[in-house]
Design a protein around this ligand. Structure first.
Ligand SMILES: [Zn+2]
Length: 435
């Protein structure tokens, strides 16, 4: 400080940014030195120089050991008693358990920062943010490792909760009744490293897959609608769950989330999705009694694809055909639509097959496409919330160019990201400390 102000007197200039950064660095260094003093544990009293080892034998005290520790104030050091079991050679640092720095050289405060930036942005960006915002020097790999290990811990706790939930009946969540509760789900591919797709077929026949499907679900509520009767989502009411896993595993995950959000006290329940079979299987299994709605825009897309096949290179005919069929779809006259598709004659075998599968798609989903009925109840008929979720939760973090994930890494970051977006990270961090 004296140097800085002496310089100012000489030149009459003050570079505030240089000063604030220098002062922060100096305060950090002073703080880290104080922390190092605080973290110098005394040797145990002679009568306390034995611990019980996990193997049941006694582990005698073997002296003080120190390790570097990166704290929110920069590099510090901790020196604490070490105990070693002569029978199974397991070492113990009781102070590390107390300080929550077991098997890590990062303090809890720094680990939390790393987890936070790691779920938000690429690890290298996270490293840069920590340097600029917190004055901390870490490398991208450590941001990755820490974020993943926090994410894995989170995922493990969630799995325990899911197991408890499916074994026992879930506790009734007390609270105000929810007018309308929505559950939406969708799948989206995330690029993965080669070993994660061995033996899996890609979307194009014979081509290996380069992606694995993340199943994403969201739960939100609706209380109001606008003057025209269109549904309005309750602000900040959306929570997400997602993972690369089987539909069966994902179903349990989403069920637990819906339960937390008040499934049992919802007056009206809605499941919205595209036509994918797994979605409706899960709806049947976990969300009985819900109104099932196929996203209107996916259904329209099916008609557009058909129009292009029926009238290739004839935009006028395509539009004419679409107008008629889309009108039927929007009015929920699905039986008419199915009949219309069935009555189209063609000698093209491929087109005939396409017409057959599309007719089947609309027939299977007939009751899920009664759009006027849904609109009368002021319900959403589009799955825009989950599609936006696929972009914000998954795309913007896991599908950037040049990224290739392991399933383990992707699931850890997803767990962390959902927890943060759901506003539950604080609770998790507190619970983890209490454990
Ligand atoms: Zn032992």
């Amino acid at each position: 400080m004296r140097v800085i102000f002496a310089g100012r007197r000489k030149t009459g200039q003050l570079d505030l940014e240089a000063i604030e950064m220098a002062v922060r660095a100096a305060l950090h260094r002073a703080g880290a030195a104080a922390l190092t003093e605080l973290l110098r544990f005394p040797a145990p009293a002679p009568e306390q120089r034995r611990l019980v080892c996990a193997c049941g034998q006694a582990a005698p005290y073997r002296g003080l050991r120190s390790k570097p520790l990166l704290t929110a104030l920069g590099p510090a050091e901790v020196s604490r008693p070490y105990y070693l079991c002569p029978h199974c050679h397991t070492g113990q640092f009781p102070a590390d358990v107390e300080l929550d720095i077991q098997d890590t050289e990062f303090s809890p405060g720094v680990r939390r920062m790393q987890a936070m930036v790691g779920q938000e942005m690429p690890f290298e960006h996270g490293r840069q943010q920590l340097e600029l915002l917190a004055g901390l020097e870490v490398n991208a790999k450590s941001v990755e490792r820490t974020a993943e290990s926090v994410g894995q811990d989170l995922a493990r706790r969630e799995q325990e909760q899911i197991q408890r939930a499916v074994q026992l009946d879930l506790p009734i969540v007390v609270g105000e009744p929810v007018p309308i509760l929505y559950v939406e789900m969708d799948g989206t591919g995330v690029p993965v490293v080669k070993k994660e797709t061995l033996g899996r077929k890609g979307k194009q026949d014979g081509q290996p897959a380069h992606t694995r499907e993340v199943k994403l679900g969201c739960v939100f509520t609706q209380t109001r609608w606008d003057k025209e009767g269109y549904a309005i989502r309750d602000p900040d009411s959306t929570t997400y769950v997602g993972a690369i896993e089987t539909a069966e595993e994902f179903g349990k995950r989403l069920y637990v989330e819906a339960w937390k959000r008040g499934w049992s006290r919802a007056r009206k329940k809605v499941v919205l999705g595209d036509g994918a079979e797994w979605i409706w299987n899960l709806a049947q299994q976990h969300f009985p009694g819900a109104v099932q709605i196929v996203d209107l825009f996916h259904a329209r897309q099916h008609l557009w694809d058909l129009a292009r096949r029926l009238y290739p290179n004839d935009k006028v005919q395509q539009k004419r055909w679409i107008r008629i069929q889309q009108n039927r779809l929007d009015k929920g006259k699905i039986e008419q639509l199915v009949l219309a598709l069935g009555s189209i004659e063609t000698t093209n075998a491929e087109l005939a097959e396409k017409l057959r599968t599309e007719a089947e798609y609309f027939q299977t989903n007939t009751e899920r496409m009664r759009y006027p009925k849904f609109r009368e109840q002021h319900l959403f008929v589009g799955s825009g919330v989950i599609e936006a979720g696929c972009k914000t939760v998954i795309g913007s973090r896991l599908k950037r160019s040049g990224m290739f994930w392991t399933v383990r890494g992707a699931n850890a970051i997803l767990a962390l990201r959902c927890c943060q977006l759901n506003g539950r990270f604080e609770d998790y961090w507190e619970a983890r400390r209490a454990a």
